[in-house]
Design a protein around this ligand. Structure first.
Ligand SMILES: Nc1ncnc2c1ncn2[C@@H]1O[C@H](COP(=O)(O)OP(=O)(O)O)[C@@H](O)[C@H]1O
Ligand SMILES: [Mg+2]
Length: 494
């Protein structure tokens, strides 16, 4: 079972398309980045402008200091050159107030409209040595950046306060902010539209593949997904899906063949039973010998049917992983001898001489489910006897071999029958596969024996296959000698 991952929890409704999600995420991230950028630019611009004002102001204070003089009447005046001093666009109104150290106002520019610039009581050290800078508010509410400095004029120490209104700066910053905030939604809208287009283009191949996949159904499994670029992510997905489809198609075809074969296999004995029954009914009722014979034929066919159904059940249980496997450690040789005695009748009937290699039974330990391994050996040995010409020889031998560094016991069953062509050596393990031309009336069978044998062996981590042999068929059965990490292999490709 493939588990679907839980749907991502989020603020977007579940049916939102990937396209929309991608675009929204993109726009959100971009908005965040832009907002941080705007704040940084705004603060930088503010810092630049205010430090420019500060420097201009200090320069102004120094200019003013050189232009102040007392009239012979004792009034403080400013040489007129000052007003022609170039103004920056930010400095519309210069505000100036000059006091003596006692706090008496000696000079005030008209721009102050008789308002005090800064606190009416100065502190004892205001403007002493350095340029004191502070923002203050005039009586009419104007924000002002004020600088204080002490300077002697004609022998008298004066406190000069120079101020610039901050209104032009605030206005400029507001204007700047408005421009930035206006650009933000426009940029985001443009990015959103572009993002949506990009997402649409990027996901378009997915749409194509989806409609492609919609056309593939159980009756049309040979359809395949086509990816625009087989090297990108979608191409890789298409490749994986296609190989899945291929396996699916193959097992589907196999299943269909299997069902057809099974139906055929069941139909043959049923037809035979029916024909025998009908013939018996039509013939002379009073002949008990003929009736007996008919009944015995019907019973034989029923037994064959029973065997086929039994085999099919076993296979389907194995495929559904419902075989109950109880592995134990046991000796193979006594099991083989048990099977040989079961087949005594057919050995005698066909006058086969069966030879078994002399081995110490104790050296034939294997690990597996005894019942399943018994079924496998019985099927293989039965075949060897069945397909051998009368009077020929069948030999059994044991050997310990290594397979991927694990000890395995190999049981070889060699007969002198027709053998199996190399191209059929794997196919004989398919269900219902029987080599054509080999079946004679006396050789009955359903074609399930080897399929079952291989299932049984593989579910015990063993291997079953036909080897090359100079004459006859040589069947190799490799069984693990100990439990442990075994090679896992599929039992589905029978
Ligand atoms: N020892 C053997 N020698 C020759 N052919 C064999 C031998 N064992 C199996 N085969 C071939 O493999 C086919 C499948 O065998 P199996 O699955 O046991 O079915 P069945 O015995 O019912 O025919 C047989 O029909 C036969 O053609
Ligand atoms: Mg068989």
């Amino acid at each position: 079972m493939i588990e679907t991952p839980p749907a991502p929890k989020g603020f977007l409704p579940r049916h939102t398309s990937i396209r929309t999600r991608l675009t929204l995420w993109y726009v959100a991230v971009l908005a965040l980045v832009l907002a941080i950028y705007l704040i940084a630019v705004y603060l930088f611009q503010y810092g630049m402008l205010s430090s420019q004002i500060y420097h201009d102001e200090i320069q102004d204070v120094e200019t003013v200091e050189g232009l102040l003089y007392f009239t012979p009447g004792g009034a403080l005046q400013l040489h007129q050159e000052y007003w022609s001093h170039p103004q920056t666009h930010l400095l519309i109104d210069r505000l100036m107030e000059v006091r003596d150290l006692e706090g008496n106002v000696l000079y005030r520019t008209d721009t102050l409209h008789d308002q005090a610039l800064g606190p009416s009581k100065q502190s004892a050290d205001e403007g002493d040595g350095t340029f004191n800078e502070r923002t203050t508010r005039l009586a009419d509410g104007t924000h002002v950046l004020m600088i204080s400095h002490r300077h002697p004029v004609q022998g008298r120490m004066l406190l000069i306060r120079l101020g610039y209104s901050l209104a032009p700066l605030a206005g400029r910053m507001r204007y700047f902010l408005a421009a930035l905030l206006l650009a933000l939604p426009i940029a985001l809208l443009a990015a959103g539209i572009a993002g949506l287009q990009i997402a649409r283009r990027a996901l378009a191949p997915l749409d194509t593949m989806t409609s492609n996949a919609e056309l593939i159904t159980a009756t049309n499994l040979h359809g395949r997904l086509v990816a625009a670029n087989e090297h990108d992510e979608l191409g890789r997905m298409a490749r994986v899906m296609n190989s899945l489809l291929e396996r699916l198609e193959r097992s589907f075809a196999q299943l269909q063949r299997f069902t057809a074969d099974a139906a055929h296999e069941l139909k043959t004995p049923l037809t035979s039973i029916r024909a025998t029954g009908e013939a018996a009914l039509e013939s002379n009722h009073s002949d008990p010998a003929r009736l007996r014979e008919a009944i015995s034929v019907m019973l034989e066919e029923t037994a064959r049917l029973d065997q086929t159904v039994e085999g099919l059940l076993l296979i389907s249980r194995a495929e559904a992983n419902q075989l109950s496997i109880k592995p134990t450690q046991f000796l193979l040789r006594p099991l083989v001898q048990e099977i040989v005695s079961l087949l005594d009748v057919i050995i005698e009937e066909r006058e086969i001489s069966l030879s078994e290699q002399e081995t110490d039974p104790a050296s034939t330990t294997i690990f597996g489910d005894r019942m399943l391994i018994r079924t496998a050996i019985l099927n293989v040995l039965h075949n060897a006897l069945k397909f051998s010409p009368p009077g020929s020889q069948v030999s059994l031998s044991y050997a310990v071999i290594q397979r991927e560094n694990q000890p395995f016991l190999r049981l070889s069953i060699q007969d002198q029958g027709p053998g199996i062509e190399p191209e059929d050596r794997e196919r004989v393990f398919e269900r219902f596969f029987r080599v054509r031309g080999l079946q004679v009336d006396s050789i009955e069978g359903s074609g399930l024996g080897l399929a079952i044998a291989r299932l049984a062996v593989e579910s015990n981590h063993g291997f079953l296959f036909f080897d090359h042999a100079p004459i006859g068929a040589l069947c190799q059965l490799d069984l693990p000698q100990a439990s442990g990490p075994q090679l896992s292999h599929s039992v589905n490709n029978l």
